[in-house]
Design a binder for this molecule. Structure first.
Ligand code: AMP
Ligand code: GLY
Length: 409
């Protein structure tokens, strides 16, 4: 099977690695650390023939209709069309959809008008949860106990000062608490296979301090998650959502990523994304022991019954993101990366490249906020962490930073 993976980050590196065990893989545009990266646009790769499956990594091309354009020329694609992509592209659409589907989620109200939004905030005790409606790279959410800060945030978002048009509508949610987990559901339009849960560490600093990021680390399996969580999510969250989408004429063939909070009252949906999470899916993908290409192709074909259920290693996999100076506010780029070979040489470590580029001397340099992912594995979290952090210890560039508490709880 020949598979094209679309995207350029750590998630696409992990997909290429795991798909590459059973398929021939090309990544576009990829990055200089991902073998098989080519600059050729996916449309041209497909036009050249013999592509059996396209897997689209990031949300933006899905929101822009890339899956539709490829399906229109007869290509097998894993990823929803622009219609299904609204599940991530608009928080207001997602909340309305899952409420109609009966999926357990936080209560909410949607606002276009700042005065109405402020009046709503004042009528509730807090903490306050305010989200931009549109895509904001995981950074459009404010959770605060401070009413003045919450009011300033809705005014800035609805005034278009922060996030531009993505923020011109906000969703204000009921505040939930409990550990957060990610479940990746591979969907064929009707049926789903949910992969085991992972946890993402979203704040930039140790102890969940500082601003939200795209994710600073991840691990799987999770000792605190119920054993049957994947089945529960399939039955109570994903299947009803797929049925509601179908009722609206949307044939969702792709990954539906459920961001859940394990509250004292049971799991609640915080968000859906339309793709594998980054970095959280990487630790799950690296636990797969069955044929991932076959699984994703069956979902893209619309019949997951055609393949056996996937199998997973019992190893714990721990991922630590190594970020560039200034991430997430203003990542500095262009710094030469040292120590990658030494990090890669650590036993049981996989190094995946995310925000990297090659300079004129063909040396790897930082090219984004999240630069490298150090992934350790072992029979338990303690040994997997030790491997990952040993690898991190070899890396050098000015201003490099990482969390030191990934997978400790
Ligand atoms: P989201 O982009 O919707 O995943 O939100 C980003 C982060 O904000 C989540 O990972 C949570 O930590 C937090 N958050 C979102 N919604 C809620 C909520 N209803 N209650 C408490 N925290 C939330
Ligand atoms: N790390 C969360 C995401 O992929 O959106």
């Amino acid at each position: 099977m020949k598979v094209v993976v679309v995207g350029s980050g750590g998630r696409e590196h992990a997909l290429a690695l795991v798909l590459g065990r059973t398929a021939e893989v090309v990544v576009t545009p990829g990055n200089p650390g991902i073998p098989g990266s080519v600059p050729t646009p996916v449309e041209d790769l497909v036009a050249a023939g013999d592509v059996d499956l396209v897997v689209i990594g990031p949300e933006q091309p899905l929101v822009d209709g890339l899956a539709d354009r490829l399906r229109a020329v007869g290509v097998r694609v894993l990823g929803p069309g622009a219609d299904g992509a609204r599940v991530e592209g608009s928080k207001a659409f997602m909340k309305e959809l899952v409420t109609a589907a009966g999926v357990p989620t936080a209560g909410f109200a949607t606002f276009d008008d700042a005065e109405l939004a402020v009046a709503h905030l004042r009528s509730t005790p807090g903490p306050y949860v305010i989200k931009t409606d549109g895509l904001a790279a995981g950074k459009g959410v404010l959770v605060t106990t401070d009413l003045a800060e919450a009011e300033a945030d809705v005014r800035a978002k609805l005034g278009g000062e922060s996030f531009g048009s993505a923020g011109r509508r906000v969703v204000i949610e009921e505040h939930l608490s409990g550990p957060e987990v990610s479940v990746f559901a591979v969907c064929d339009g009707e049926r789903t296979v949910c992969l085991p849960p992972a946890q993402d560490f979203k704040r930039v600093g140790d102890g969940d301090q500082g601003p939200n990021t795209g994710g600073m680390g991840a691990w799987s399996p999770l000792p605190f998650a119920p054993d049957d969580l994947a089945e529960t999510v399939a039955k109570d969250f994903i299947e009803p959502t797929l049925a509601e989408l179908r009722a609206r004429g949307i044939d969702y063939r792709g990954v539906l990523y459920a961001g859940l909070m394990l509250t004292p009252d049971g799991p609640r949906l915080i968000e859906y994304n339309i793709r594998f999470g980054d970095p959280d899916s990487q630790v799950v993908l690296l636990r797969i022991t069955s044929d991932l290409a076959e699984l994703l192709a069956a979902a893209a074909d619309g019949d997951l019954r055609a393949v056996p259920a996937p199998t997973f290693s019992n190893d714990t996999v721990v991922l630590v993101v190594v970020a560039s100076e200034g991430y997430p506010e203003s990542p500095r780029t262009g710094d030469p990366i040292a120590g990658l070979d030494e990090a890669t040489a650590v036993a049981e470590v996989t190094m995946l490249t995310a925000g990297v580029a090659a300079n004129e001397d063909n040396q790897l340099v930082t090219a984004g906020g999240r630069v490298l992912n150090a992934i350790g594995r072992g029979p338990d979290a303690v040994s997997a962490r030790a491997q990952a952090y040993e690898a991190v210890g070899h890396l050098r560039w000015p201003g490099l930073h990482f969390r030191t508490d990934i997978a400790t709880g």
